[in-house]
Design a protein around this ligand. Structure first.
Ligand code: ZN
Length: 314
């Protein structure tokens, strides 16, 4: 039914919509058709599945500022393969290319039951289909100097994205609610869900950022915000967040990061959500959650720099 509807809407509105919008958006036709239909039928905002582009870019920008010379050179030469020159240009690639990589949806998270104490590989990462295992796999491809530059660039895209995602508390828990995606909330007057406000709503509210279509965002504004967050990190925090000899056992570190996220979901995200609506609740929840998210973005940036520095060192 939906596909048939999309085709009909697409057939009739194509000449106008395509010229108007796709020139502006540079989007592939079929994706534009789906977005137009979804918009018209009010089915927009499918399941939120990741830090929004701003969150991922902040993690990437903080990491970029702390790359060792050797790692910075390697990163630049890999990015150049596709005409990029900054990590924040590839930080949401894994979200924007889900269609091209079907079956990788579960790479973005690990469903640790909310009531469980911590990660259990047998229970939570069946056949290695979760963020903990995929971060390990892709980091090793990135570090493998014998792999092709294309394979290492693909691995770099995943590593930059997944180090971000593992620091989003609702990417390391499930309460039979798709990681909070089915928990409806009214956030500052907008109907949305718990996962989505942790992905982007709270960040945008705190930094006064407006989301762009299809993972686009104001790069200059986000880079400036990232440097403000980076400057707020104390040397003690940087040392505390670092991991001794991160490679080759990155899996150990990513389990620690996933458990940290899981604990924050228990202690912060799922607290005070009995009546999640209205301005008073939105203000209260924003004030509680933003400092937690800010720290997770900072930790993600510091640790991503460490992963890249170790994987790309001489
Ligand atoms: Zn993601």
């Amino acid at each position: 039914m939906l596909v048939e509807c999309c085709h009909r809407v697409w057939q009739t509105s194509q000449p106008y919509l395509f010229l108007l919008w796709s020139n502006f958006m540079n989007l592939r036709p079929n994706r534009l058709a789906v977005m137009v239909c979804a918009g018209l039928l009010g089915l927009a905002a499918p399941l939120a599945m990741s830090w929004g582009p701003e969150g991922h870019a902040i993690v990437a920008d903080i990491a970029q500022a702390h790359l060792d010379p050797a790692a910075a050179t390697e990163v630049a030469s890999l990015l150049k393969l596709e005409g990029f020159d900054r990590l924040d240009q590839i930080s949401s690639w894994a979200d924007g290319n889900r269609k091209e990589f079907p079956g990788t949806g579960s790479w973005h998270y690990v469903d640790i039951p909310l009531k469980a104490d911590n990660y259990d590989a047998t229970r939570d990462c069946v056949q290695g289909n979760c963020i903990v295992a995929k971060l390990d796999e892709n980091t090793h491809v990135l570090a493998d100097k014998t792999a092709t530059p294309q394979a290492r660039l693909l691995a770099l895209k995943w590593v930059v994205h997944l180090v971000g995602d593992i620091h989003q508390p609702l990417h390391a828990e499930d309460n039979d609610d798709k990681g909070g995606n089915t928990v409806q909330v009214q956030f500052f007057g907008k109907g949305t869900n718990l996962h989505s406000i942790w992905d982007g709503g709270i960040i945008r509210q705190a930094l006064s950022l407006q989301p762009g279509p299809h993972y686009t965002f104001d790069h200059a504004a986000v880079q400036a915000d990232a440097m403000t967050l980076d400057a707020a990190i104390t040397p003690t925090q940087r040392a505390a967040w670092a991991t001794e000899n991160l490679l080759p056992q990155i899996v150990d570190a990513s389990i620690v990061w996933a458990d940290e996220s899981h604990k924050l979901a228990q202690d912060v995200a799922y607290v005070d959500i009995d009546k999640p609506s209205g301005d008073a609740w939105s203000q209260r929840y924003q004030q509680k959650a933003w400092p937690v998210i800010q720290t997770r973005l900072e930790q993600g940036g510091v640790r991503l720099a460490e992963v890249l520095n170790e994987a790309l060192s001489n």
